[in-house]
Design a protein around this ligand. Structure first.
Ligand SMILES: Nc1ncnc2c1ncn2[C@@H]1O[C@H](COP(=O)(O)OP(=O)(O)OP(=O)(O)O)[C@@H](O)[C@H]1O
Ligand SMILES: O=P(O)(O)OC[C@H]1O[C@H](OP(=O)(O)OP(=O)(O)O)[C@H](O)[C@@H]1O
Length: 211
């Protein structure tokens, strides 16, 4: 008998895009709002159980095996460095991680960069041979250069609207970001048939990236 797959789903902007993909693959998944405040959603017809997690926590649930698989942005994978298998690029929630600054930015002696992604930013600037102080923030990152907390930020850009409305400039895109399907290493062996079947079904409905 097929085993139930425990799936860590990120609450927020990825959920509905991922649910749409599951539905296109023939798996009946409810919209996010439908479950009200319930955090564990049994989906026996799809052979799954959804765990609704904060996006940044998805790799943690998967690494520890509390979830067999999960859906998470590549930005979070790069930042969290969790020991999980990356199985599929789902091609959804596409955006980029960029270095952003004020239009008149010039490199100073002591440079500060604010970001939600301190590990990614520190690694990037170290590899570039640039010495910067990285300041961790949890949201509204674009505020930092506007009020003098840091001269630059490392953050997501999707439409560019937030940058435009705050008079900021994208200096450089450093990573293309999409959501990924990840698996726990033990689950990948123990529930291989179920995971592989899901991958095959999703693969057949994943859109090619626009060129
Ligand atoms: N415009 C965007 N800005 C930021 N992330 C985006 C954007 N578009 C897609 N994403 C992707 O969506 C993921 C989840 O973003 P979301 O805003 O739902 O959660 P969060 O901001 O990390 O969490 P929370 O709001 O609970 O603190 C990101 O990790 C990223 O992969
Ligand atoms: O290029 P755009 O389409 O404007 O999207 C980019 C914005 O979206 C994200 O913010 P989010 O909505 O997650 O808010 P937060 O960072 O304050 O949590 C990101 O941090 C940018 O601020």
């Amino acid at each position: 008998m097929a085993e139930i797959l425990k799936v860590a789903m990120p609450k927020g902007r990825i959920y509905d895009k991922a649910a749409e993909l599951f539905r296109a693959a023939g798996l009946p998944i409810p919209p996010e709002g439908e479950a009200s405040r319930k955090l564990v959603i049994p989906l026996p017809e799809a052979g799954m159980e959804f765990i609704l997690a904060k996006p940044v926590d998805v790799p943690t649930y998967v690494e520890y095996g509390a979830a067999d698989i999960g859906i998470v942005g590549k930005d979070v994978l790069l930042e969290e460095n969790r020991d999980v298998y990356e199985l599929l690029d789902l091609g959804i929630a596409r955006c980029r991680m960029s270095i952003i600054g004020l239009p008149n930015w010039e490199p100073g002696i002591h440079q500060r960069v604010a970001t939600k992604y301190p590990n990614v930013a520190s690694r990037y600037f170290r590899e570039q041979g640039q010495q910067v102080e990285v300041i961790k923030l949890n949201g509204s990152i674009e505020l930092a250069p506007l009020i003098g907390l840091a001269e630059r930020i490392v953050d997501m850009v999707e439409t560019g609207q937030t940058l435009r409305e705050n008079g900021l400039v994208e200096q450089q895109s450093i990573f293309e970001i999409t959501s990924r399907l990840v698996a726990n290493r033990v689950s990948y062996r123990m529930k291989n048939a179920e995971i592989q079947q899901l991958c095959d079904r999703l693969q057949s409905v994943i859109a090619e990236p626009a060129r």
